[in-house]
Design a protein around this ligand. Structure first.
Ligand SMILES: Cc1ncc(C[n+]2csc(CCOP(=O)(O)OP(=O)(O)O)c2C)c(N)n1
Ligand SMILES: [Mg+2]
Length: 414
C-alpha cells in the first residue's frame, strides 16, 4: 500500500507578529448579558455551555445588563468607587516600580497593566480568613486587601520595611493577615497548595475558602492537572482561577493549548467552570461573589477562566516589541478595565471626570509619599541604612533549625 500522508508536527503560530495587523478573531466573545447566571449549586454537567461562552455585564455604553448584574444586586456606588480606586492605585504602583527598576532601585517587577479588574474585584468578595495562592502578577490582591504600600516597596527595595526580611525575590510577597500566601516562583504549585489548603479547611470544619491562581501558560504544568483531579474527587472549598492574558512571556496562548478555551479543561474532571470577561469589573465582582459563595456553602469548586490581555511587558526583563505587534493592546476587543468602570460609574451618575481627576491626583500623592518613605530606608542602590539584621537569614524559615544551619550560624557569629 502506498502511503500518501505522513505525520507533521503542528507548531502553533500567533495570528500576528511585529509589523503585522493584530487579530483576536480566535477569541470567542458573547454580548453583554447574553450568558445567564445559574444557581450557585448548579451541577458541573450543567455548566458545560459556559466554558466557551463569555460572561459579561457591562455593555458598550457602560450599562450593567443581564442576570449576572441582578445576582450582583444594586451595585453600590461605594464598592465600585473603591474598586476603581484600587485599580488606579495598582496601575500607578506598577508604573512607579517599573521606573524604580530602570533607576536600579529594585531587581525585578511584573506589572499587571490591563488585568487589574480581576485581582481588585475578586479580593473584594473574599472574607477575612480566606486565602489566595497568587502569582507574581497580582499586586492588585494586596492593594485591595489594604496591604501597606511601604511594606510592598520595602520588599522591592530590599530594606527593613520588607516584612519577609529579604527572604523572597521581588515581587514575591507574602501576608497571612491579608489572605496572600507566599508567592512561589515555581509556577502551578499555587494550584496544588490551594487545593490542599482548602481540603484542610474542610477537614477542620471551617468555611474558609482558598483561591488558586495560575496563568494561561502555567496550565501546561502537571501540577495544574493533579490539582484539578483532587479538587474534583474531594470537592474542597476552592476557587480555581486562570488568568488568561494571551501571553506567557513570548509564547502566545496557542502554545499552552489555548485553541480550546481553558475553562473546558474542568469538564474532563467533572468540575464546574465559567469563562468570564476579566476586563469587566462588574462581571468579575458578580462571578467572584457566585464562586466564593458556592465554595463556602459546600457546593464544590469552580474553575474560572478570566479572559484578559497582558498590556505590559512580561516583566522588567522582557521586550514584547520583538514578538508581538505594538498595536496589539489597542486591538484587544475587551478594552481597558479602568476606562470601562469609569464609564459605567459616570453613566450611573456615581462619578464624573472632575472626581476622576481628583482621585488620580490623590492616588498619585499617596503612592509617591509611600515611595519616599520606603526609599528613605534604602534601595538596591544603597543608602538609607535600613537593612534587615544579618541573623534574619537564619530565622523564620524552619520551625526547628536544621543542624547544618545551626553550625553555619555559629560560625558566622550572628
Ligand atoms: C515551573 C516553572 N516553569 C517555568 C517558569 C519560568 N516562567 C516564569 S513566568 C513564565 C510565564 C508564565 O506565563 P503565564 O502562566 O501565562 O503567566 P503570566 O506571566 O502571563 O501572568 C515562565 C515560563 C517558572 N517560573 N516556573
Ligand atoms: Mg499569561
Amino acid at each position: 500500500m502506498t502511503q500518501t500522508r505522513r505525520p507533521r508536527l503542528h507548531v502553533p503560530e500567533p495570528p500576528a507578529r511585529p509589523g503585522q495587523t493584530p487579530s483576536f478573531a480566535h477569541v470567542p466573545l458573547s454580548p453583554a448579558g447574553a450568558v445567564a447566571c445559574p444557581p450557585v449549586d448548579v451541577s458541573p454537567e450543567d455548566t458545560k455551555d459556559f466554558a466557551s461562552r463569555l460572561i459579561r455585564v457591562l455593555d458598550d455604553e457602560g450599562r450593567a445588563v443581564g442576570s449576572w448584574a441582578d445576582f450582583l444586586g444594586a451595585s453600590e456606588g461605594d464598592v465600585l468607587r473603591r474598586g476603581l480606586r484600587d485599580m488606579m492605585t495598582t496601575r500607578f504602583l506598577d508604573q512607579r516600580m517599573l521606573l524604580a527598576h530602570r533607576q536600579g532601585k529594585t531587581t525585578n517587577y511584573a506589572a499587571s497593566t490591563g488585568e487589574e479588574a480581576i485581582t481588585c474585584g475578586f479580593q473584594r468578595m473574599l472574607s477575612p480568613g480566606d486565602m489566595n495562592f497568587p502569582t507574581y502578577r497580582q499586586s492588585g490582591l494586596l492593594v485591595s486587601a489594604g496591604f501597606p504600600l511601604t511594606n510592598f516597596m520595602g520588599l522591592q527595595f530590599g530594606n527593613d520595611l520588607d516584612p519577609l526580611e529579604g527572604k523572597n525575590l521581588p515581587p514575591m510577597h507574602s501576608s497571612k493577615a491579608h489572605g496572600f500566601f507566599t508567592v512561589s516562583g515555581n509556577l502551578a504549585t499555587q494550584y496544588v497548595q490551594a487545593v490542599g489548603w482548602a481540603m484542610a479547611s474542610a477537614i477542620d470544619g471551617n468555611d474558609r475558602v482558598a483561591a488558586a491562581w495560575i496563568g494561561d501558560g502555567a496550565t501546561a504544568e502537571g501540577d495544574f492537572h493533579s490539582a484539578l483531579l483532587y479538587a474534583s474527587v474531594y470537592r474542597p472549598p476552592v476557587v480555581l482561577n486562570i488568568t488568561n492574558n494571551q501571553w506567557a512571556i513570548s509564547s502566545f496562548v496557542g502554545i499552552a493549548g489555548g485553541h480550546v478555551p481553558f475553562a473546558t479543561r474542568a469538564h474532563g474532571y467533572g468540575l464546574a467552570s465559567l469563562r468570564v470577561d476579566g476586563n469587566d469589573f462588574l462581571a468579575v465582582l458578580a462571578v467572584s461573589k457566585w464562586a466564593i459563595a458556592r465554595a463556602r456553602q459546600g457546593y464544590g469548586p469552580v474553575l474560572i477562566e478570566w479572559v484578559t490581555y497582558r498590556a505590559a511587558a512580561h516583566s522588567t526583563s522582557d521586550d514584547p516589541s520583538v514578538y508581538r505587534p505594538k498595536e496589539e493592546a489597542a486591538a484587544w476587543p475587551l478594552g481597558d478595565p479602568i476606562e470601562r468602570l469609569k464609564r459605567h460609574l459616570i453613566a450611573a451618575g456615581e462619578w464624573s471626570e472632575e472626581r476622576h481627576e481628583q482621585a488620580r491626583v490623590e492616588i498619585e500623592e499617596e503612592v509617591l509619599s509611600a515611595q519616599k518613605e520606603a526609599e528613605s530606608r534604602g534601595t538596591m542602590i544603597g543608602g538609607g541604612g535600613g537593612t534587615a539584621p544579618l541573623s534574619a537569614m537564619f530565622e523564620g524559615v524552619y520551625k526547628e533549625m536544621p543542624e547544618h544551619l545551626r553550625r553555619q550560624r555559629q560560625k558566622a557569629g550572628i
